[in-house]
Design a protein around this ligand. Structure first.
Ligand code: BT5
Length: 332
């Protein structure tokens, strides 16, 4: 955090502490050790960010409301993480947060840098599929990580991310998420979250990983595009509530940081266990579709490297790295 930002955060803290009364420009200037004109400039910046601040001559300043809208400031305010999101880049509109994340990572952005947009015009899924990113109603976010891992282990980060988002949905939103291998989270059978992990690596070393996550939060039913409305849903539709997007993002970042640290320290087994508690259950029947084939198999678990364990069409045990999977439903 640079000096400007930390002064601004202190200023917001001071206004928050004094929110029921006026605090004089002089008092703020004494406490923050900056001039009164610097205070005034910060106030103007905060107003631009959507903070509503009342200024009265001879009384001072009073904060009336915090902005709903996302910005680097509002996202960082109250964020309880050590390293994740210490740098947040927020855009109202962007092509894809993945593109900017790659660019910033190539330019040396730190481990834990977060890119967030209110709207994406070219949100992307896997294999160049489109990801619909409604303005202001979802979380469209990419995280840059620089893990000291062998490149083949990066898929574990997708599964880790899925467990983090499932935890957030279960604990904070109080809905029952199901993870569909490898990267979807469903609620009541409909997709609410998509995860896209991309990586730049050398043979035995990851340079960086970008984990993109798209979460449908506040879309009402009629705002999900027609072509996917039968298979997609949002937290709003499922819970009947509107969610504070900023709060959900902070909760995600806090949960992610904890789970990531524990994964780096203890390895994949914990993630695997958690994943299996939200994902397919061992022994369940699943439908598998690959480029060449479609068949039904028993779900045998996930391998240490994150691959899906199933039987192939001939009944032999196999590891799958890329396939479309669905729960087998009676009558399908
Ligand atoms: C994914 O791909 O599910 C990964 C989506 C990742 C999106 C995030 S948003 C932040 C970051 N920036 C980006 O540009 N991307 C990441 P995949 O498994 O390929 O699923 C894509 C399919 O999901 C599409 O073909 C649609 O059928 C469906 N879909 C598209 N938009 C959706 C939405 N908003 N909600 C639910 N399903 C959607």
């Amino acid at each position: 955090m640079d000096k400007m930002e930390s002064t601004r955060n202190k200023l917001i803290a001071l206004l928050e502490e004094n929110k029921d009364q006026y605090i004089s420009g002089q008092k703020m200037s004494d406490q923050l050790n900056i001039s009164r004109s610097a205070i005034w400039k910060h106030m103007k910046e905060l107003e631009k960010d959507g903070y509503e601040i009342e200024g009265k001559s001879r009384k001072g300043y009073r904060i009336i409301s915090f902005p709903d809208k996302l910005s680097e400031n509002t996202l960082q305010w109250g964020l309880r993480t050590k390293w994740l999101g210490k740098t947040i880049v927020h855009r109202e509109i962007i092509d894809s947060t993945q593109f900017l994340a790659h660019q910033l990572a190539r330019e040396g952005a730190a481990h834990g840098t977060v890119i967030i947009a209110d709207e994406q015009t070219k949100g992307k899924g896997r294999m160049n599929r489109a990801w619909h990113s409604a303005p202001g109603h979802g979380i469209w976010m990419s995280i840059i990580l620089r893990p000291q891992l062998l490149p083949y282990l990066a898929t574990q980060l997708t599964l880790l991310t899925a467990t983090v988002l499932a935890d957030v949905i279960a604990e904070h939103i109080e809905l029952r998420p199901q993870i569909k291998w490898p990267n979807d989270i469903l609620i009541n059978g409909k997709k609410t979250v998509g995860i896209l992990t991309e990586m730049q690596s050398e043979q035995d070393q990851i340079q960086y990983v970008v984990i993109g996550m798209g979460i449908n939060v506040n879309q009402p039913t009629n705002e999900l595009p027609n072509d996917i409305s039968y298979k997609a849903t949002s937290l709003n539709v499922e819970s009947g509530k509107e969610w504070d997007i900023k709060e959900v993002i902070q909760y995600i970042l806090q949960t992610f940081e904890k789970s990531y640290e524990s994964y780096i320290e203890n390895g994949f087994p914990e993630v695997k266990k958690k994943w299996e508690s939200y994902g397919f259950k061992i022994g369940e029947m699943i439908d598998i579709k690959t480029m060449q084939n479609a068949w039904r198999s028993e779900f045998l678990g996930i391998a240490e490297d994150g691959a899906l364990l199933a039987t192939d069409p001939d009944g032999n045990e196999t590891k799958l790295y890329s396939a479309e999977i669905a729960w087998f439903k009676e009558g399908n």
